[in-house]
Ligand binder design. Structure first.
Ligand code: GLN
Length: 446
């Protein structure tokens, strides 16, 4: 059924960039046989799952939607993908994204843009736009995305589905192509909170192959799904609401009433440094990206310029021809903030501010269990609009970047539509490693 819907809808939407059709059908047969033999089945038995094209699955292409890696095949399977296989899921294909996960619209892709299934003239969000659109269009019930500054939550909000970023260190990064190692996390996108919780449960675990993964026990998120918020304290940050778009504000105000009716106690809180999260994020992740992406040198991986005149040109032409505009811009930002002149005033400062943002959240979570924000200041924008206003596109990450700068888990849930029928997202945060409380709130609200 999934393959049929993909065939019907994908040519217009462009969420999948490759479908593993024969392999998927074969896997389905194997799982059926396992069932017929009376063997115990995994938690995702027979469920088709799409994966973002920055996750390694041995023997399959992994391109990060970049010309640089168009012909690159994964040499090993990453931990989360292995966990899907172990849970008897069917990995059905690779999903479109912004090149190297840099972007907010899935327009920075060598495969062309992903369209928003609700309105094809709009973007699906990004960078996990393919992951969000595939679920929203009903092609697959579950997908994996990655979130460095909002790339799971924002496309989920633009497409009217659920998207969750785990605590930094909750899910292994072994086998994801690195963008910014101090912020990248893999997480689930799904049609509802319960499905997202199930996929989270399958992928969250200690992993000795990633030194940043926590050995703290993973809470039972499925058991936490209850229809009440009795005794739960919800923080409303007063710092975030200057010039808020009225349609987003209306949906936010409605959400506050719903949470109260579920028994939650609302409290105003202040996170004075959170408003610097997006500038901080673009400096820190630029620096990390410029280092992580230095491995794409025309020698070790992927694309190599066909007729270099000398060794210098192997590097310079390969990178000039292989990377798209946005990736080049991030590498330039990274080199700028790492330069001798700017290191102290930009990068060191950004890291100091990052720790102040973390401290703001730590202090707030002494008084509240959950923090509520919009996911994005806008609904899905028109195709082609972001590139005309790059700075505002960066600044639109103001609600999602705080989560990555403070390492927090966050979830975006649908919170109604605007007058044109475009979805609006609502975001919950909890303190680190409290994913049970996060899913509880999202489930009760939904
Ligand atoms: N919009 C952010 C960026 O362009 C988010 C990216 C991400 O989370 N991977 O960097």
């Amino acid at each position: 059924a999934s393959l049929k819907i993909i065939k019907e809808k994908n040519p217009k939407i462009n969420a999948f960039v490759e479908v593993f059709e024969q392999e998927a059908l074969q896997r389905a047969k194997e799982i059926d046989a396992k069932k017929a033999a009376g063997k115990e089945l995994g938690e995702l038995a027979g469920v088709p799952v799409g994966i973002k094209d920055n996750l390694l699955y041995k023997g399959h292409k992994v391109t990060c939607a970049s010309k640089m890696l168009l012909n690159h095949t994964a040499a090993y399977t990453g931990t989360v993908v292995q966990k899907l296989i172990d849970a008897d899921a069917i990995i059905i294909g690779r999903l479109n994204m912004d090149e190297f996960a840099m972007g907010s619209t899935t327009e920075n892709s060598v495969y062309g843009p992903t369209k928003n299934p609700i309105d094809h003239t709009r973007v699906a969000g990004g960078s996990s736009g393919g992951s969000a659109a595939a679920v929203a269009a009903g092609m697959v019930p579950l997908t994996l995305g990655s979130d460095t500054g909002g790339s799971i939550r924002q496309p989920a909000s633009f497409c009217g589905i659920v998207g969750m970023k785990p605590t930094y260190g909750r899910v292994s990064r072994y086998g994801i192509v690195a963008f910014a190692s101090s912020a990248d996390q893999i997480g689930p996108l799904a049609g509802d909170v319960k499905d997202a919780a199930l996929l989270f449960k399958v992928i969250a675990d200690f992993d000795e192959k990633d030194s940043t993964v926590s050995s703290a026990p993973v809470p039972d998120v499925l058991a936490s799904l209850k229809n009440t918020l009795e005794g739960v304290k919800v923080g409303i940050p007063v710092d975030f609401f200057d010039n808020l778009n009225p349609e987003i504000k209306d949906s936010f105000d409605r959400a506050k009433e719903i949470l109260k009716s579920l028994g939650a106690e609302l409290k105003e809180i202040s996170l004075p440094f959170a408003k610097y999260s997006a500038p901080c994020y673009y400096m820190i992740t630029g620096a990390e990206a410029s280092s992580n992406l230095s491995r794409f040198d025309g020698v070790r991986y992927g694309y190599s310029t066909p007729v270099p005149a000398n060794l210098d040109e192997v590097y310079s032409k390969t990178r000039m021809e292989g990377f798209g505009m946005e990736v080049k811009r991030r590498i330039m930002i990274g080199h700028y903030v790492l330069s001798r002149e700017k290191y102290e005033t930009c990068l060191v400062k950004a890291k100091e501010v990052r720790s102040l943002i973390r401290k703001n959240f730590k202090d707030a979570f002494k008084n509240v269990d959950i923090i509520l924000t919009p996911t994005s200041p806008t609904v899905a924008t028109k195709q082609g609009a972001a590139v005309l206003d790059q700075v505002n596109t960066y600044l639109a990450d103001l609600y999602t970047c705080p989560g990555n700068m403070a390492n927090l888990p966050g979830i975006s849930v649908p919170a109604g539509n605007n007058k044109e029928g475009l979805p609006i997202g609502l975001q919950f945060y909890t303190d680190e490693f409290k994913e049970d409380v996060l899913f509880q709130a999202a489930y009760a609200y939904e």
